[in-house]
Design a protein around this ligand. Structure first.
Ligand SMILES: C[S@@+](CC[C@H](N)C(=O)[O-])C[C@H]1O[C@@H](n2cnc3c(N)ncnc32)[C@H](O)[C@@H]1O
Length: 365
């Protein structure tokens, strides 16, 4: 049994023909009424956290948001303390990362007074959760990054780019063909290759028959828009996500429902879809100075996460201490989030190297 959105997509395909995986993903996640990130869910059913479909770094530990907050405040100082500065978060989820970042930076003189907080979020229930988490900071919400007014920028995005649509390709003996979503004889959704070769072959690597590849046009376009803004108005952006920075081959699109793997076409709108982020493509599209990507574990270690865990544990019960240790391991251990998750910074190239990207402390290069 598919979902209501699955039936709508099937009807569209019956009328106009197969659609790309990117179009399918756009509908499944962003359909105005039924998309996964649009549905009006009861607040308890928000798809993040222990009871939702997945758990993200800021939901694992306050240390994540606190350290990213310190990174942002340091960049603001390096920029010469512009006021106002647009502090933008793409896809803030429950608002946990931003709340932790703001709490950790309230002692930085002038920082909070300079902030103009802008949240790019399409989900109504998540906007409501953000309003609660960030009470006292009067954020403004936007549907898209390009609605954020001009001005010096500090931008952060954790697990946002992985939700942007990707196209998928399969290399046949004749060349690259795009994988599409069409209909099986019984009218249900099914994957099939487009009959002809794809014009995207021009930007795909040479590969043997059987190879797979993905491209996120939406991710590249957004990185280019952020880069253009940084070039024009100055500032810094920090992108954290799971992904890769070398090979552009392979298929990574995955579906998750209730912490379990699901079929990509299963119950659209009720299943999370995400793909690994091609960091080299984002860096190339940005057109400004970039740093990294580096492994999240290295980045957080250089920002002092072990010291922060130690400080928290000093005021904690033994049980709380074990929770802090487990969270630390989850965020930085190579076999957990430490290596798969990568961190990329983009900047206007006018101030010193940001912290976290080499063993040398910031400003000492
Ligand atoms: C995987 S969650 C990550 C949430 C948060 N950053 C965290 O780390 O907990 C993705 C977030 O991006 C939002 N989102 C997804 N696609 C979006 C889009 N196209 N435009 C704006 N927000 C989007 C979701 O509603 C959600 O807040």
């Amino acid at each position: 049994m598919t979902s209501e959105l699955g039936r709508l997509i099937a009807r569209r395909i019956a009328l106009t023909g197969p659609i790309s995986i990117a179009d399918f993903m756009s509908e499944a996640l962003g359909h105005p009424r039924l998309g996964y990130y649009r549905r009006v869910m009861p607040l308890g059913a928000i798809p993040l956290g222990a009871t939702g479909d997945f758990t993200t770094a800021p939901e694992i530990s306050q240390m994540f948001g606190e350290l990213l907050g310190a990174w942002l405040a340091e960049r603001w100082l390096a920029m010469g303390r512009p006021a106002p500065v647009r502090l933008v978060e793409l896809g803030p989820g429950r608002g946990t990362l931003m709340a932790d970042a703001l709490r950790a930076t309230r002692a930085v003189p002038g920082f909070h007074a300079a902030l103009d907080l802008r949240l790019v979020e399409t989900s109504a229930p998540l906007r409501a959760a953000q309003r609660t988490a960030l009470v006292g900071f009067s954020p403004a919400w936007h549907e898209r990054f390009d609605e954020v007014p001009a001005g010096p920028l500090l931008l952060i995005a954790n697990e946002f780019f992985d939700a942007l649509p990707v196209r998928q390709f399969h290399r046949t003996a004749e060349g690259w063909r795009e994988r599409m979503v069409g209909l099986a004889p019984d009218g249900t959704l099914r994957l099939a290759l487009a009959p002809g070769l794809t014009p995207f072959a021009a930007v795909l690597p040479d590969a043997q028959a059987g190879a797979e590849a993905e491209i996120s046009e939406a991710g590249r376009a957004l990185a280019a828009a952020i880069g253009a803004r940084l070039h024009q108005d100055g500032g810094w952006a920090l992108i954290v996500d799971y992904g890769y920075d070398g090979s552009t081959l392979g298929s990574s699109l995955q579906a998750v429902r209730g912490h379990r793997g699901a079929g990509i076409l299963d119950r659209p709108g009720e299943t999370d879809l995400s793909a690994h982020v091609d960091f080299a493509a984002l860096a190339a599209a940005a057109g400004v100075a970039t740093f990294g990507p580096v492994a999240q574990g290295d980045f957080l270690r250089r920002l002092g996460i072990a010291r922060r865990a130690h400080t928290l544990k000093r005021q904690a019960s033994p049980e709380q201490g074990r929770v802090i240790d487990a969270a630390l391991a989850r965020l930085i251990a190579p076999d957990q989030m430490g290596t798969l998750f990568r961190v990329l910074a983009m900047g206007d190239n006018r101030s010193a190297q940001p912290a976290g990207f080499s063993e040398t402390p910031s400003g000492a290069t």
